[in-house]
Ligand binder design. Structure first.
Ligand SMILES: *Cc1c(COP(=O)(O)O)cnc(C)c1O
Length: 380
């Protein structure tokens, strides 16, 4: 069984060499645009490609505004600051995510609360969220959500669109609305994914993207905050050292960050964005082919939730148990086809073991079974 999967991957990528999980492909205007920044000397924190990249991402996602950042983690950090996350606060998130999601909460001096995921979305479960809040939180006189145990404010909810599959946003928006909790969407993995026709990262108060080298498109390192007009202005200010516009004076009116995306990286992003639609259709075709290849096997291929369009950033299968998972990972990697288990749950990491958490039955179930398959676009 595993060998027919290996054969399928080798045939798809037309190679007998090592097949990585997700390598970037630069087959368009990448070199031309990067050389352009070098020749113009505008390689650093200002330049036309930054503005163009922001405008094009805003247009593509349907977000009123987009603010570029040096990476996706920085985008998350600032997004949480913007919805008011402060030291001592809590932020509800999923245990099944990449560590950056939780780290951004810690950077604000806040503590994550881990709530279970749904098996069909791999993302935060509205039902588990509602149940946790009913049991462990209350609304104070000002309508703020607080944790019963220590009266700490639960300021935000940070769901993540796992492997590009949109989380149940209607459900989360409803629960968070009832409890006065802001939603920041970690859409780092879901550029090109839509929920009921709307781009992921645009349904919460704020959303963030990543353009790291392993994502659907890359700027080398980079990120983006998706926001409305007013929040975007604040995001730009905070990410550019909180400097007031002035032609020569240095006036910084609050504690800001140097989280700017360099123009040379934005140039790469502009060229990659021109290829995005082609990449997405190739990735969706690969997902359909994986599904066909695995039909009749005892591996369950993870498909986009109903009403959603997934970018299929990383294809994933659910194994019968952890033994089968270990076998699959071993046989494929031994044969030069890279596969990988899903992340270790965040509540197991040393820095998050003390964080509050609900029942994590589905997260544990998935942690033991999910394996990612090679998913990159083929080199030209
Ligand atoms: C990639 C990623 C990020 C951001 O990563 P950066 O490398 O900082 O751009 C955040 N959250 C998730 C879930 C990710 O996969």
């Amino acid at each position: 069984m595993f060998h027919s999967l290996i054969d399928f991957v080798r045939e798809h990528y037309r190679t007998d060499d090592f097949v990585p999980l997700h390598a970037p492909v630069f087959s368009g205007n990448e070199k031309a645009y990067v050389v352009d920044t070098i020749e113009s000397t505008f390689v650093s924190s200002v330049g036309a490609y930054v503005d163009r990249f922001e405008n094009e991402i805003a247009a593509y996602t349907g977000s009123p505004k987009a603010v570029a950042t040096v990476n996706g983690t920085a985008a998350l950090h600032v997004a949480l600051r913007l919805v008011g996350v402060a030291p001592g606060d809590y932020v509800i998130t999923q245990p099944l995510t990449f560590v950056a999601t939780c780290n951004s909460i810690s950077y604000c001096g806040a503590t994550p609360i881990f709530v279970d995921v749904d098996r069909h979305t791999l993302g935060l479960s509205p039902k588990a969220l509602s149940q946790w809040l009913e049991s462990f939180a209350y609304l104070d006189e000002e309508g703020r959500c607080r944790r019963c145990e220590d009266d700490g404010i639960i300021r935000a909810c940070l769901p993540m669109h796992t492997f590009g599959h949109p989380v149940d946003l209607d459900g989360l928006v409803k629960v968070c609305g009832e409890w006065g909790i802001a939603i920041v969407e970690d859409a780092a993995e879901s550029l090109g994914s839509t929920y009921k026709g709307r781009h992921t990262g645009t349904l919460g108060t704020l959303g963030t993207l990543s353009f790291n080298g392993n994502k659907v498109i890359t700027t080398g390192g980079g990120g983006m905050i998706l926001a409305g007009e007013r929040m975007a202005q604040r995001a730009k200010h905070l990410t550019t050292t909180a400097k007031r516009a002035h032609s020569y004076e240095y006036v910084h009116d609050e504690l800001g960050y140097n989280y700017r995306l360099p123009n040379i990286n934005a140039a790469l992003g502009c060229a990659q964005l021109e290829r995005l639609e082609a990449y997405l259709s190739e990735k969706r075709q690969l997902a359909a082919d994986y599904q066909a290849c695995l039909s009749g096997s005892d591996l369950t291929f993870v498909v986009e939730p109903e009403g959603c369009r997934s970018n299929y950033w990383l294809n994933a299968v659910i194994c019968g148990d952890s033994k089968q998972r270990d076998e699959l990972i071993k046989v494929t990697n031994d044969n030069g086809v890279m596969t990988r288990p899903i992340w270790q749950l965040m509540n197991r990491l040393p820095m998050y073991q003390q964080a509050p958490s609900g029942e994590l039955e589905n997260a544990v179930w998935l942690e033991e079974r999910v394996v990612n398959l090679p998913s990159g676009v083929r080199p030209a």
